[in-house]
Design a protein around this ligand. Sequence first.
Ligand code: IMP
Length: 499
Amino acid sequence: MAYYFEEPSHTFGEYLLVPGYTSADCIPQNVSLKTPVVKFKKGEEPSLTMNIPLVSAVMQSVSDDKLAIALAKEGGISFIYGSQTIQDQAAMVARVKGHKAGFVTSDSNVRPDATLQDVVSLKEKTGHSTVAVTEDGTPNGKLKGIITSRDFRIGFADMNAKVSEYMTPFNELITGKDGITLSEANELIWKHKLNSLPIIDGNSNLKYMVFRKDYASHEEHPLELLDKQHRYIVGAGINTRDYMERVPALLEAGVDIMTLDSSEGFTEWQRRALHDIHAKWPNAKVGAGNVVDRDGFMFLAEAGADFVKIGIGGGSICITREQKGIGRGQATATIEVAKARDEYFAKTGVYVPICSDGGIVHDYHMTLALAMGADFVMLGRYFARFDESPTNKLIVNGNYVKEYWGEGSNRARNWQRYDMGGASKLSFEEGVDSYVPYAGSLHDNVTMSMSKIRHTMCNCGAVTIPELQQKAKLTLVSQASINEGSAHDVIVKNTTLHS
Ligand code: IMP
């Protein structure tokens, strides 16, 4: 006979947190949102942590290199979408890793024999007024000088004159040596009143540029997530088919963490992929999923997953439940998998972080997911609304919107994510193509969401996520209480779109 779960499954909107005691030092400024990303043994430190508990979804309409840099600046991780060629995905990862916080690979370069007109045209193209002059005009060529728009006056100078006549030559430049820290570079910038500082190696090849304005941006992002070489941390989605080719390319590009991206991960395909990847590249970190119950979690934990992703059918663009009748309420799934994670930890001494993926509508849903045991949450719709997401911004019916489509939609054509193996190709959609309200910059929105989480944690008397998980008191609410929870019995004056 089939197995029946005794309780109906619930989603986040059906729960609330009941406040606990708040001590005097339990204030938002004291809250740490640091959280583990990969498994670790009891008493040891995880090799990868995040400073905020957010990752962006493995989706074409969400996670490219631009969003990855913006999210790493805030302390989270993007998983660059895998539904593209191996070369294109690896190139995106390489671009994130090349974008060393504060140290940028120079993208405006000319040769000394280029003309002033070439410099002007380059400026129009890139928007940058500082141009590196390298022997061969490449970003890492031998540095010969720097030319900026202040070195010549358009309308007065002969635009056919050579750059070498107007540039500040190498022997008059202040430069930094490769390996210098950002604070040391900043010291030089201030001491010599520079706008930019070229960083060179022992052979005077240009490695990076450090700009005065970027240092200010660095100061604005105290939680930014960097590797040992001060590069942004980045993730990538992989599949159970071409991993033997995709994984080495991503590792070569510098990826920090990967995840098997599938709508349903309790499969032999994921077990084999985890086994093969870890056997060939023992240091590679790979999450797996998605699962929605204890059995699924135990299977992937045993198979060696570095973290496990939870969620089937809860995504905003997802129609899997309608199409196939599989899935589970996201809150119930998270609660059950969190119990399994704790059981596995008690039994083996290995803590396997879990990620609640999909179905986050309001900011407080993130706090609920964490309180229910998630170590971090994965979001698609949330990030798709921001300037940094890869899709078009349009006006629809007078409102600014951004495009957002599912990986299982006709538009993404990522059929392998939904493929259950065998020769036949899937021919039905599991996702839709949609618009989401445009919401501005990632920085502003993430700052606000994290502030709300910190405040709610203080209401629960917690200054860390593990403490929240221990202390949280959760209650299911009736439909009448849900209605009571938003403005009611008044005529609301101003309505704005809330996240
Ligand atoms: P959201 O944050 O509610 O928009 O959900 C994002 C999550 O939905 C992703 O991380 C995936 O797990 C899932 N997802 C992405 N594309 C599809 C699809 O086309 N169908 C079903 N689920 C999808």
